[in-house]
Design a protein around this ligand. Structure first.
Ligand SMILES: C[S@@+](CC[C@H](N)C(=O)[O-])C[C@H]1O[C@@H](n2cnc3c(N)ncnc32)[C@H](O)[C@@H]1O
Length: 310
């Protein structure tokens, strides 16, 4: 993916993250403080949507404890390109300042990423719908395997955070979920992407088309909470729709199609598509979105959790 592409085409994720800011600020006001306060940002990708929540948290922590040293760690998979994060940290959107430092760390969030009881605050947005692996073909026949994989992964995520957070430490997770009927709100766009991928990559690649994503219902999100991590707040806010709103105001379909297609490609981040048929996928996906702009609205069902380590 070209440098800066995700950061330029992730306004829906930025809007989703914003739904968690008030909860993250409340967490920053409540967590116990020492001379060193460690803050983690899990699954930062290129960092464009990480600067604002970190800035808000650092501001409150510095206000509460002006002498404290605040260390923020941005994490993502080892395959991630962290260079854009460093560029942001040295630019005008940076939250760095006196007493506030940053670093990056590579690793999967399905394992502990930090030493035991070290983190005061953890932020994670728009990432927990990615499973650790594809458990079975993407077909309703295998629904039980997919939900079992999602259960195991979410349990591992929760256990890992419980290990890293210090007592009284808190986390805010903004996720893409599903309503009680299992609807994600983005079925139209996802179907367009899947159909286009199948066309472009051809039937031979069909087995490789399954994306390891799963959208949990509220019941699934809450299931592993309990003895170590307790629920402080839960919200299911509406998904902000910056592209659709702009289209409603301007009537400019061309721009809307550009934005939705770039957003879909940036969010997918599929190496297979980069190697084969990326341009063709884009062209055909554009046609589909153009034909049914309303159906392509990415209206993901959001969940925001604020949890505390007891
Ligand atoms: C859509 S991006 C979200 C980026 C950013 N947090 C935001 O709100 O825009 C999803 C990120 O999750 C990361 N991710 C997926 N699976 C992961 C895992 N097992 N461990 C850590 N990061 C993971 C991906 O590498 C990607 O950077």
């Amino acid at each position: 993916m070209k440098k800066g592409f995700y950061n330029r085409h992730s306004q829906p994720q930025a809007g989703a993250a914003a739904q968690g800011f008030a909860l993250f600020e409340r967490a920053a006001r409540e967590v116990p403080l020492d001379d060193l306060v460690e803050v983690a940002d899990l699954a930062c990708f290129h960092g464009g949507n990480s600067m604002e929540p970190m800035r808000r948290a650092a501001c409150i922590l510095r206000e509460r404890s002006p002498g404290a040293s605040i260390e923020v760690t941005h994490t993502d998979l080892p395959t991630n390109d962290f260079n854009p994060v460093f560029e942001l940290l040295s630019g005008p959107d940076s939250y760095l300042g006196p007493g506030v430092r940053a670093s990056v760390r590579a690793g999967s969030f399905y394992q502990p990423l930090f030493r035991q009881a070290s983190q005061s605050l953890i932020w994670c947005s728009a990432a927990t719908h990615w499973l650790s692996r594809v458990p079975a073909p993407a077909h309703p026949t295998y629904a039980a395997q997919w939900s079992e994989q999602a259960r195991q992964d979410w349990q591992a995520w929760i256990d890992s955070r419980a290990e890293e957070l210090r007592p009284g430490g808190q986390l805010v997770m903004v996720g893409s979920g599903a309503d009680s009927f299992g609807r994600t709100g983005a079925e139209g766009l996802v179907t367009m992407v899947r159909d286009t991928m199948a066309e472009v990559l051809g039937p031979r690649q069909k087995g490789r088309l399954a994306l390891p994503t799963y959208h949990r219902t509220l019941r699934e999100w809450l299931a592993p909470l309990g003895p170590k991590l307790t629920l402080k707040e839960v919200l299911e806010p509406p998904m902000p729709e910056p592209y659709w709103e702009e289209y409603q105001q301007t009537g400019n379909l061309e721009t809307y199609v550009d934005r939705v297609v770039s957003f879909a490609i940036a969010a997918l981040n599929q190496p297979l598509l980069k190697r084969q048929g990326g341009k063709e996928l884009e062209r055909r996906l554009r046609q589909r979105v153009q034909a049914h702009p309303d159906l392509a609205r990415p209206r993901w069902w959001l969940i925001v959790l604020r949890l505390e380590r007891v």
